[in-house]
Design a protein around this ligand. Sequence first.
Ligand code: UD1
Length: 389
Amino acid sequence: MLKIISVVGARPNFMKVAPLHKAFKSFKFKVSSSKFETEGQSNATINHQLTTITHLICHTGQHYDEKMSKVFFDELELPKPDFYLGVGSGSHAEQTAKVMIEFEKILLQEKPDLVIVVGDVNSTIACSLAAVKLNIKVAHVEAGLRSFDKEMPEEINRVLTDTIADFLFVTEKSGLENLKNAGVSGEKVFFVGNCMIDSLIYYLPKINKSKILETYRLLPNAYLLITLHRPSNVDDEQSLKEVVAMLNHLSEKRKIVFPVHPRTRANIKAYSLESLLNENIILTDPIGYLDFISLVKNCELVITDSGGIQEESTYLGVQCLTLRDNTERPVTVEIGTNHLIGTDFKKAKLAALEILSGKKKIGKIPELWDGKAAERIVKVLVERLGMMG
Ligand code: UD1
């Protein structure tokens, strides 16, 4: 038996683990012929006989609000987590340390064969570190991405996780190059595509039924969507004020929907900015997955500092203005619909106006973003862990 624990902690993790959970569940192993298959894929021979795979989910509780966490479990059909660590918020050191302490207890009790971590949040590095120290293998999904900006906590999490992981699953070709340059052995690296896009493709029929546009009285292709949560954009008062000025200007042209992350909400309040926002800007609480992707799919332009939204908008062919100086997801700029615009909000406003006046990028969908990344990952893992057994 193979026992695998996947870790989720923060909002962007849930949609990456959901397709893995489905792929593990639908994985069929034929003991008699020593062959295995995942649905829709060809067989491959392995040396070791596996009977079952137990896939467990551990939620660290890094995000804990109903709207940042539970709604995603419900919508993505994830089972209730097998383990909930309840670590909550804190400084980086506190949060990372708490996850390590609590996760180590689970590892000692469960003795899994493998821990799967996704993305680049504090829970990702904390659980990887706890596992490797106990000689438990680690698989990193979304490995190899690099912004080369060490001021981003996520960059530290990515570099460290990739250094200690045993299996590195890559979403875009830049990741292969980055891992090669970092001296990671090619044997550990697998270009498999994008699990987050697996979720998007799988849930598209449900996303298309969302009523969120009616809720906010929005017309398709006639509103802007904005999300902002990076400390560099929202923690500094001056920077947040400039964001508000930019949004006010753009709201004279189009309605704007702004689902507000808790960190951003707290700062808007602390700097008394809410009353400065025009009424054409709709502020909402964080929005569930299906409704949110419906908002992305139907907007004229998304303005964001998120990592994942750059990819989701590229898949959907929607214009995306990224308010950052760098991106760890260059394929979205090189062949997708992402415009990397920097953090000068006056320039960003001009770039947005240009896009609204018709200067749109025609994008392509990156290689292997085809809804089958999770199946590929499961196939690799069973093959390799089977052989190791
Ligand atoms: C984290 C990730 C970031 C990811 C983002 C998605 C790290 C270093 N950062 O950033 O990569 O893009 O999640 O949202 O792991 N809060 C709540 N309720 C919650 C969660 C957070 O109120 O459910 C508030 C707390 O006051 C907390 C703050 O938001 O201090 C920030 O949360 P935290 O988990 O530290 O980081 P994020 O900014 O969400």
